[in-house]
Design a binder for this molecule. Structure first.
Ligand code: SF4
Ligand code: SF4
Length: 315
């Protein structure tokens, strides 16, 4: 900590608008560490990354944990990619626990039969988010009941270890009440209603964008289909706000730091943890321009001016 405070004393400076920057350590509610860029599915709404396919090395993961330790206590093991594909996910969870982190995993859940023994009982594991929309989003999916049963088999054990469960169905569309996807969602929701012995239809309680509690520590969240920000999207005036670098930051599998979990292609490349410390990167010039731009409700990065998330939630 002494070295860090010295570092921060030396780093105090001024933004172009005169605000002091670098005087305080940026702390985040969560940091995303992408442990693999590979996914075993190909959902229609999830563009495959053009970045190199890779898995994080456990030593590199440890090093990143050490670097982000002053900044957060919560990590999420994805940006793109399916975390349960990582062959050493059990070791990664052990390392996270040894270093005092709590871990959230977002997964499509298809690999649980082969991997659940690496997850259950791991003290670092705080929350599992299941992207149930991936079943209908992936063209080759078969056997909905079997898929959901595998997920639920895991969930029954995980809740005994106080793991929080969040089921996600992020595939609502504007004409949701008439389209075929609604019928497919109904099949999924029926399985959950049976499992948790619910005396209501989940659609009656769910508000798009927020969760409904269906059992102790178990939630279901429905929302509209997710759109990854893209440089090919239309640009607007960039007015608005985003919590990137205030509540979150992300490290891609090759060590590139980006401001948010939505920059799946590493467009806003703030620096690489193999070349510079995470602390320096999130307090660097590009990071601070983005940060103080949003203080003035202005998106300075092109990707941010084309980002549906800012347009929807930060306008
Ligand atoms: S949405 Fe999830 S499961 Fe589907 S392709 Fe993307 S990362 Fe894989
Ligand atoms: S506006 Fe969008 S792309 Fe820009 S930092 Fe925020 S979430 Fe990421």
């Amino acid at each position: 900590m002494k070295v860090l405070s010295l570092y921060h004393e030396m780093k105090v400076g001024r933004s172009p608008s005169g605000e002091e920057w670098g005087s305080e350590l940026k702390t985040f509610k969560k940091v995303y560490i992408e442990i693999t860029s590979i996914c075993n599915l190909a959902c229609s709404f999830c563009p495959q990354t053009k970045r190199a396919k890779n898995f994080i090395d456990p030593d590199v993961f440890n090093n990143i944990l050490d670097q982000i330790k002053p900044h957060t206590k919560h990590i999420y093991l994805h940006v793109k990619g399916e975390p349960l594909l990582h062959p050493k996910i059990d070791l990664l969870l052990d390392s996270a626990h040894e270093k005092g982190f709590k871990v959230n995993i977002t997964t499509n859940g298809t690999l649980l039969p082969k991997t659940q023994h690496k997850l259950l009982g791991k003290p670092a594991l705080r929350q599992m988010n299941f992207s149930l929309h991936s079943f209908d989003g992936h063209e080759g999916s078969t056997d909905r009941e079997g898929y959901l049963n595998n997920v639920l088999t895991f969930v029954r054990e995980a809740v005994k270890h106080n793991v929080i469960i969040s089921f996600r169905l992020w595939n609502l569309t504007q004409d949701n009440f008439t389209n075929a996807q609604m019928n497919r969602n109904r099949e999924t929701l029926e399985v959950l209603e049976r499992e948790f012995d619910l005396d209501f239809r989940i659609e009656e309680k769910v508000v798009p964008g927020s969760g409904v509690k269906i059992a102790p520590n178990v939630y279901l969240n429905q929302d509209h289909e997710f759109q990854w920000p893209s440089l090919d999207a239309p640009e607007d005036d960039g007015k608005g706000f985003c919590h990137a670098l205030r509540s979150q930051a992300a490290v891609l599998v090759d060590g590139t730091v980006v401001p948010c979990c939505l920059d799946g292609e590493g467009v806003i490349n703030l620096g690489n943890v193999h070349e510079k410390s995470f602390s320096e990167i999130v307090d660097g010039e590009r990071a601070n321009n983005l940060f103080y731009g949003f203080s003035k409700r202005q998106a300075v990065e092109e990707l941010c001016r084309k980002c549906g998330y800012r347009q929807r939630f930060g306008a």
